[in-house]
Structures are given as structure tokens and as C-alpha cells.
Design a protein around this ligand. Structure first.
Ligand code: 5AD
Ligand code: SF4
Length: 471
């Protein structure tokens, strides 16, 4: 898997567009426009990949549907991060047997991180014979070519080889939203946290060239996008592989210099790479949103070491202090794993004390899930699930209390919020986001305000969200 980044040539992407044309021709005799259904699991990176899949499908002449039975092509973009995510995919893919029986010409594709796991590919090959095409994240750029093989030969295609990571520019993109956009700046991960499957399925870190990232963002701002999130498994190590003397903080400064009224966000950051320089750039910035997702995973040094996180509790707390020095009103969020193999309840209590000390605005909490092939999957794991669940609940309760207190402190404040959608609850016609990305349900306002920054007075709060009024 190790190796130099391959940059897919523009000619190769042009060839993929030719395959889109060929598929369109093959489908031209159909009585109606072919319809595609794209179902996405997991993280924002997968959402971004699905935008490319939809871009390619659009180039093939497809329309879209949310009804799997009506679809001529189904693409399931999967997540492998925890067993639960995989079980859901297997359940839903299994159920597609019925959709396909009702619609024999239907093509079912499975892609994303699960497809890159040899065990999963084998299971699909043997037991899910209604799945026609399986391809991993490394092969996404050649989706049209793979689909054409299915369309023209009606045989099953598996493209799950573990190639060295590549970067492809120029894949057509169909974005779902007109206000918020996700821009991948790098792919893969080098960190090999002992519980995590990502480095095995997404390959080594590789950065897009800064000129490509900047051109994409410039175009988005010109199109009117207001909220741009830079994506990568570890955005803080952006550029290390490029040899250009340019790091993530430098990239942010260049993005900041793009004219226009827009917000810049990013995720995810590994604490070891979150630098003082980055905090200072954020402190000076007018466009970088004051929000930082900084996964800590655990608050006990022995557990952090066993996770291969390569920082101590004290080093983490020090980063948080330095970040808050530069950006005092920073909204901090984090990820935590409860029940890592060998974690005792007193060690878990160090995580509890850490969250009380940091007082995160919100947490994403997970119970450890063994992933085959990772070191943690074969570690001794004596704690009964009941005890893990009890610890998990203590963590959730503690964080809910903190989140509710932090949200209550917003009441009465006036903030410049981005109105980013229509409300789905009675009495709240619009929804907005604070600069720190807290959800605000707005009590007033018209749909035409979506996509604009507005002054909002916060009128109410609960654990998960705020309510407010346009001023
Ligand atoms: N079990 C539980 N949680 C995990 N995560 C990653 N791998 C696992 C696993 N095997 C969590 C981490 C990571 C987030 C995206 O998912 O907290 O930051
Ligand atoms: Fe997984 Fe660790 Fe890489 Fe995050 S930094 S993707 S948790 S290996």
C-alpha cells in the first residue's frame, strides 16, 4: 500500500467521461430517463465521494430518485468505521434482493470503505449475488469504466485491489446543497491508531495541490457558496507529502485571501499536528469559523498510548489552552471511545474528568468496536459489555449537562448566523448556524433568506440546539 501518490492524468478522466457517453448511448433506447439512487453512510468524506458519484451518474444521463424500487442503478457508499455501520449496510443490501426481483435490469453497486476490506468483498462475492459492482475508494475515479463493464457484459465486477493511493482532479461533481460545500484537501491517513481501519481502507496521506484546492474554492465562492468545509482524515498534516514548503496554516491563509463573504471550516484534526501556527492563523482570521473538532479519544495516558495516539492527556490539555488563548470563544468538539480493550473503569474516569476540565461544546461518543486487521481487535478485552455501556452512559450524561449549560449561556446574545435551510419543525420556518456551527431554529424569516448571513438574537436553548429570532 505504501508508495508515491499517483496523480490520475486529465486524459484518464476524459476517458471516464467517454465511458459516461457510452453508457448514455447504451441506455438511449429506454422508454424513460434512467434513474439512480445513491445511499451514503458514514463521514463527510463519503458524502463528498457521493457528490462525485452523482456527478458521473448525471454525465451518464441519469436522474435521481429516493425510491430504491424505481431505480435503474443503486449505489451504496459504505462506511467501515464500526461494526454497527457495516451491519446496517449488510441488512439494507440484503433487502435489495426484493427491489431487484421486481426490477430485473437493475444494477446494484457497493463502494466506499467496506468494499476495500477483503473479508467484505469475499462475503459479497459469495452471498450477495445480486450485487453487480463492488469498488473501493481507490477506484472511485474509474466508476464509469467499471459500470460500463457491467452494462455491456452483464457480468459482476469487483475492483478492490489495494493500489497505492491516487489523486484525481476534474471528476464531475453534483453538489447537494447551494450554501454549504465540502472540499477534500487530502485523502488517507498515516496515523494507524490501533483501533482504526481507515488507514487500511483509504491508504496513505496524500494532499491535493494547493492550486487545485484554491481554484475549486474560488469557483464555489463565485457560485455563491457561503460555508466551505475542508475535508481530510487529518487536515493538519496537509502538504507534508508535497515538498512545497506549505502547510495547512499556509493553505488557510491563501483561502482567506480569496475575496468574498464566506466561512471556512475544516475537519478532522489530529491533536499531535494541530500547531501553534494554526491557532495563531485562526486567531487573526476573519473567515475561519471559530470551531475546532479535536478528537481526544481518551483521557488516560496508558489508554492513549495503547491507542497509539502519541500525545498525553497533559499535552492535549495544553493544546486546548493555547487554542483558547488565540481564539477565546472557540467552539470545541471531540470524539471519544469508551471501552477500548483493557480500559478499566478508573481509567475511563480520567476521560470523564478530562471532559469536565475542557468543557467541550459537544462530543461524538462511541463504544469500541473491534475491526478485523487492526491491532486493537486482537487485544485482551475483559470488560463486560454491560460495564462499558454503563460507563458510556455516564459520559453521555456528563456531556449533556455541559452542552446544556453551554447552550444556555447563548441566551440573549446576538450573533451573525448563516441561514442555511428551511425549518422542519412547526413554528420554526428557518434554520441557521452560529459561527461556531451550533444549530439555531429561527422563529421568524422567509425562505428567500437562505444563504445569507443575518443578525440573530438567541432566545432559547437545550442540550442539542438553540432557538433565535432574526433581528
Ligand atoms: N471503534 C469505535 N470507535 C471508533 N472510531 C474509529 N474507529 C473506531 C472503532 N474501532 C471513532 C473515533 C474516530 C471517529 C471517527 O470514530 O473516535 O475519531
Ligand atoms: Fe483513524 Fe487515527 Fe487516522 Fe483518525 S487519525 S483516521 S482515528 S487512524
Amino acid at each position: 500500500m505504501e508508495g508515491k501518490t499517483t496523480r490520475i492524468s486529465p486524459a484518464d478522466i476524459d476517458r471516464q467521461r467517454e465511458f459516461c457517453d457510452k453508457i448514455q448511448e447504451a441506455w438511449a433506447a429506454r422508454p424513460s430517463q434512467p434513474l439512480a439512487y445513491v445511499d451514503t453512510y458514514g463521514c463527510q468524506q463519503n458524502e463528498a465521494d457521493s457528490e462525485r458519484i452523482r456527478g458521473y451518474l448525471t454525465a451518464m444521463g441519469c436522474g435521481f430518485t429516493d425510491d430504491e424500487k424505481a431505480a435503474d442503478v443503486i449505489v451504496i457508499n459504505t462506511c467501515a468505521i464500526r461494526e454497527h455501520a457495516e451491519d446496517r449496510v449488510f441488512g439494507n443490501v440484503g433487502a435489495l434482493v426484493h427491489a431487484k426481483r421486481a426490477h430485473p435490469g437493475q444494477i446494484i453497486c457497493l463502494c466506499g470503505c467496506m468494499a476495500q476490506e477483503p473479508r467484505v468483498a469475499e462475503k459479497l462475492r459469495q452471498s450477495y449475488r445480486h450485487v453487480d459492482l463492488v469498488f473501493g475508494p481507490h477506484a472511485l475515479w474509474k466508476f464509469p469504466e467499471l459500470l460500463y463493464r457491467v452494462v455491456s457484459r452483464r457480468g459482476r465486477v469487483f475492483e478492490t485491489t489495494d493500489e497505492a493511493g491516487s489523486i484525481a482532479e476534474g471528476i464531475p461533481l453534483s453538489r447537494q446543497d447551494g450554501v454549504k460545500a465540502w472540499v477534500s484537501i487530502m485523502y488517507g491517513c498515516n496515523n494507524f491508531c490501533t483501533y482504526c481501519i481507515v488507514p487500511y481502507v483509504r491508504g496513505r496521506e496524500r494532499s491535493r495541490l494547493p492550486e487545485d484546492v484554491l481554484a475549486e474554492i474560488r469557483a464555489l465562492v463565485e457560485e455563491g457558496y457561503k460555508d466551505i468545509t475542508l475535508l481530510g482524515q487529518n487536515v493538519n498534516s496537509y502538504g507534508k507529502d508535497l515538498g512545497l514548503d506549505m502547510d495547512f496554516a499556509d493553505l488557510l491563509e491563501k483561502i482567506e485571501a480569496i475575496p468574498g463573504d464566506f466561512l471556512i471550516r475544516f475537519m478532522t484534526s489530529h491533536p499531535k499536528d494541530a500547531s501553534q501556527k494554526l491557532f495563531e492563523v485562526m486567531g487573526k482570521s476573519r473567515k475561519i469559523a471559530p470551531v475546532f473538532h479535536l478528537p481526544v479519544q481518551a483521557g488516560n495516558d496508558r489508554v492513549l498510548k495503547a491507542m497509539n495516539r502519541v500525545y498525553t492527556r497533559e499535552e492535549y490539555l495544553d493544546k486546548v489552552r493555547r487554542l483558547r488563548e488565540q481564539v477565546p470563544d472557540i467552539v470545541l468538539t471531540s470524539d471519544i471511545i469508551v471501552g477500548f480493550p483493557g480500559e478499566t473503569t478508573p481509567e475511563f474516569e480520567d476521560t470523564l474528568s478530562l471532559i469536565e476540565e475542557v468543557r467541550f461544546d459537544a462530543l461524538f461518543t462511541f463504544i469500541f468496536s473491534p475491526r478485523e486487521g487492526t491491532p486493537a481487535a486482537s487485544m485482551e478485552d475483559p470488560m463486560p459489555m454491560e460495564e462499558k455501556k454503563a460507563n458510556f452512559q455516564r459520559l453521555v450524561d456528563a456531556q449533556n449537562a455541559i452542552s446544556a449549560e453551554k447552550h444556555a449561556a447563548y441566551i440573549g446574545r446576538r450573533l451573525r448566523c448563516l441561514v442555511d435551510g428551511v425549518g422542519e419543525e412547526m413554528g420554526y420556518p428557518l434554520v441557521a448556524r452560529t459561527p461556531g456551527n451550533r444549530l439555531v431554529r429561527l422563529e421568524n424569516g422567509e425562505e428567500c433568506l437562505v444563504g445569507s448571513f443575518r443578525e440573530v438574537e438567541i432566545t432559547g436553548a437545550n442540550t442539542w440546539s438553540l432557538t433565535g429570532r432574526l433581528v
